[in-house]
Write a protein that binds this ligand. Structure first.
Ligand code: NAP
Length: 344
C-alpha cells in the first residue's frame, strides 16, 4: 500500500509517498481498501507544525477514508468484506489501505460516490455539532457562518437551510454564487469589506442568533459585536494566524491576545452562550456520534444534504491537495484518490 508521510515541518515539498506492507485487522477492526481519503485544513496545519494534536514528525495524518471492506477481524459484528463504508481514522488515513476499529466506521448508501462519502465525517460531524448541538439553531433564526465556502461552512449552510434558519456567510467572492445556490441568503466578502458593518446593515436588528467561527483570535471579538441576546457563539478553529500558507509565531501570539476571555458575569448579563468544539478530542464519545452519523446519512439519502467535492487529487500528488486548501482554491472537499483522477 501507499502512505503519504509528512517527513518534517515545512511546505508541500516535505510530503512523501512511500510503500508500506498492507495492514491486517485486529479482532475488532476492519481493513478497508481506500477509494477516497479526505484532506482537511488540520492536515495542512499539521504539515506546518501548527496542529498540536498531530503525531510527531515523521507521521501519516488523515482523519477520514471511504472505501470497501477487504477483511473483517474475528470480533467484528457490523461489517463484512465487500461492504461500502466511510470511517474516521485517528491519523493514518492518508493511505491506500487502512485498518480501523469498526466503531469508527459507518455504512454508506449504494449509490453514493466514495469521494462524496469521504467528504462527510469530519466536516458534517463538525457542522452538525456546531449548528445543532451547541448552536441549537432554530427555524427563523439568523445564523452567521464564517469560512462559508469551506467544507464545514457548506455543511453548516445545508443543515441550517434544512432547519429553516436564515444564513449569512463570509467567504471569498468567487464562492458567493454557488453558496447562494446551496441555501445561504446573504454573502459577505470578508477580505474586502468590514463584515461586522455589513451584518449590522443587512441583518434584522443588526444581529444574528448563532455564529460558527473557525477563525478564532480577533474574529471572536468582532463576533460579539453582532451576537443577539440569547445568542450562541461556537468557536471551532484558530486559522486567523495562518497567512499565505506560512505560520508566524508573532502573528499567532497577537491573534491569541486578541481572543476575548469573557467573564461569566458578562455572559450572564448579555444572555450569551459560548462554546468550544474540537472533534479530534471526542474519540471517547464515539457512541454518541453514531446517532448523528445515522441522521446525516438519512439526510443525505433524502437529498437534504449533499457533500460537495472540490477535487479528486491522485495519491501521488499530495502537495497539490494541500496547496488547494492552503491557497483557498477549494470549494468543498479535496480528496486523495488512488486511481483515475478527475479534477474539479
Ligand atoms: N474543531 C474542529 O473539530 C474542526 C473540524 C473541522 C474543521 N475545523 C476548522 O475549521 C476551519 C474550516 O475547515 P474546513 O474543513 O471547512 O476547511 P476547508 O474546506 O479547507 O476550507 C478552507 C477555507 O477557509 C478559508 N480560510 C480562512 N482563513 C484561511 C487561511 N488562513 N488560509 C486558508 N484558507 C482560509 C478559505 O476560504 P475563503 O477564502 O472563502 O475564506 C478556505 O477555502 C479550519 O480552520 C479547520 O481547522 C475545526
Amino acid at each position: 500500500m501507499k502512505q503519504i508521510w509528512i517527513t518534517k515541518k515545512g511546505g508541500p515539498e516535505v510530503l512523501a509517498v512511500r510503500e508500506a506492507p498492507d495492514p491486517r485487522p485486529e479482532p475488532g477492526e476492519i481493513t478497508v481498501d481506500v477509494r477516497a481519503a479526505g484532506v482537511n485544513f488540520a492536515d495542512v496545519l499539521a504539515r506546518m507544525g501548527m496542529y498540536p494534536d498531530a503525531p510527531p514528525f515523521p507521521c501519516v495524518v488523515g482523519y477520514e477514508v471511504a472505501g470497501i471492506v477487504r477483511e473483517a477481524g474475528s470480533a467484528v459484528r457490523r461489517f463484512a468484506p465487500g461492504d461500502r463504508v466511510v470511517a474516521l481514522t485517528r491519523f493514518g488515513g492518508h493511505a491506500t489501505v487502512v485498518s480501523v476499529p469498526e466503531s469508527q466506521a459507518f455504512a454508506i448508501p449504494d449509490q453514493a460516490s466514495f469521494a462524496e462519502a469521504a467528504a462527510l465525517p469530519v466536516q458534517y460531524f463538525t457542522a452538525y455539532l456546531a449548528a445543532h448541538v451547541f448552536g441549537n439553531v432554530q427555524a427563523g433564526e439568523r445564523l452567521l457562518v464564517h469560512n462559508a465556502g469551506g467544507g464545514v461552512g457548506i455543511a453548516a449552510i445545508q443543515l441550517a437551510r434544512r432547519a429553516g434558519a436564515t444564513v449569512f456567510g463570509t467567504a471569498s467572492e468567487w464562492k458567493h454564487e454557488r453558496l447562494r445556490h446551496l441555501g445561504a441568503h446573504t454573502l459577505i466578502d470578508y477580505r474586502r469589506s468590514d463584515w461586522v458593518a455589513e451584518i449590522q446593515r443587512l441583518a434584522e436588528q443588526g444581529t444574528v442568533h448563532v455564529i460558527l467561527d473557525p477563525l478564532g483570535g480577533g474574529n471572536i471579538r468582532r463576533d460579539l459585536r453582532v451576537l443577539a441576546p440569547l445568542g450562541r457563539l461556537v468557536s471551532f478553529g484558530f486559522s486567523e494566524p495562518v497567512h499565505k500558507g506560512r505560520r508566524s509565531i508573532a502573528r499567532a501570539l497577537t491573534s491569541l491576545l486578541r481572543m476575548p476571555r469573557p467573564h461569566m458575569l458578562r455572559l450572564l448579563n448579555r444572555n450569551w452562550s459560548m462554546a468550544g468544539l474540537n472533534l479530534g478530542h471526542l474519540w471517547s464519545e464515539l457512541d454518541r456520534m453514531h446517532p448523528i452519523a445515522e441522521a446525516l446519512v438519512a439526510a443525505w439519502r433524502a437529498g437534504e444534504i449533499s457533500p460537495v467535492v472540490s477535487a479528486e487529487v491522485p495519491f501521488d500528488e499530495p502537495g497539490e491537495a494541500h496547496l488547494q486548501l492552503q491557497e483557498r482554491r477549494n470549494f468543498g472537499k479535496v480528496v486523495l484518490v488512488p486511481v483515475t483522477p478527475r479534477r474539479g
